[in-house]
Design a protein around this ligand. Structure first.
Ligand code: BTN
Length: 264
């Protein structure tokens, strides 16, 4: 599997995230497993980790390429005291936590692309898929699924994503110990999650904006049905992207893929 489950469990004992750890060689999707555990009442911070996924899920019904022996596929159960409309704050918080962690390995090369793709040298190195279970107007739990490309070689990506995807080792030129990264990832996630719970969304929003080159740029936003072009002004309290459209109207968009079309 490439990591020692015993060592991970020892290092994560007593930690907010990873104290309860479920490790798999191959699994369908860590998000599906974490969601099932969440329904069974698993406590906050429970983490599911797999070496490979046969049905890795991406945003917008895409597939997440999840080969064995190279990357990190993990899903964490959080039970934030939030209203459902604030739930996207959780996935933006996770993006910030991953980006800050990667900054240690590649200073100045990390960026966030709304809503929460993490880019390294302008290519996607990490994707985040959050899935929520509601209880009335409150969040019951959120599964935060993180796919981080660590040691996969450039030529191993499927052709359709080869131009846009990268890995930490491809950009830094050195192979990374996944165990070390998993522990730091959970620690940093716990740090930013605690900030969110104690101080609200403001610190997350500020950090997110500082890492998002698309803010202030003209962007094209494609969601399932339509394409909207406008100037990205920022994000609001629900994590939606605020756009000033060509016609001068302000809109907030909560789902889609955003690309910079014009700088300045
Ligand atoms: C995206 O499309 O950018 C989100 C990708 C999320 C992938 C991760 S891998 C671990 C977890 N399990 C899944 O099935 N998906 C997420």
């Amino acid at each position: 599997m490439g990591w020692s489950e015993d060592l991970l469990k020892e290092k994560l004992a007593g930690k907010l995230i990873g104290h309860h750890l479920y490790c798999f060689g191959e699994i369908g999707s860590t998000n599906d497993e974490a969601y099932r555990l969440g329904l069974d009442g698993a406590p906050e911070g429970t983490a599911v980790l797999a070496d490979s996924q046969s049905k890795g899920k991406g945003r917008m019904q895409r597939v997440w390429h999840s080969p064995a022996g190279a990357n990190i596929y993990t899903s964490i159960i959080l039970r934030p005291p939030l209203k459902t409309e604030a739930a996207p704050q959780i996935s933006l918080m996770a993006g910030v936590a991953v980006a800050e962690l990667l900054e240690q390995y590649s200073p100045g090369k990390v960026a966030l692309k709304w809503p929460n793709d993490v880019l390294l040298n302008e290519k996607k190195v990490c994707g985040i898929l959050a899935q929520m279970k509601t209880r009335g107007e409150e969040v019951d739990f959120v599964v935060v699924g993180i796919g981080l490309n660590v040691n996969i070689h450039r030529h191993e990506f499927p052709a359709e994503i080869n131009n846009f995807a990268t890995s930490l080792s491809a950009e830094t030129g050195r192979k990374m110990a996944r165990e070390e990264l998993i522990i730091s990832l959970y620690e940093n996630l716990a740090k930013w999650y605690t900030k969110l719970i104690n101080y609200g969304f403001e610190p997350i929003k500020a950090k997110w904006l500082s890492l998002a080159p698309m803010i202030g740029q003209t962007i094209e936003l494609v969601n399932f049905k339509e394409t909207v072009t406008g100037k990205a002004l920022g994000i609001d309290e629900t994590g939606a992207l605020m756009l000033l459209t060509a016609k001068g109207g302000m809109i907030s968009v909560s789902a889609g893929d955003a690309t910079i079309v014009k700088k300045g």
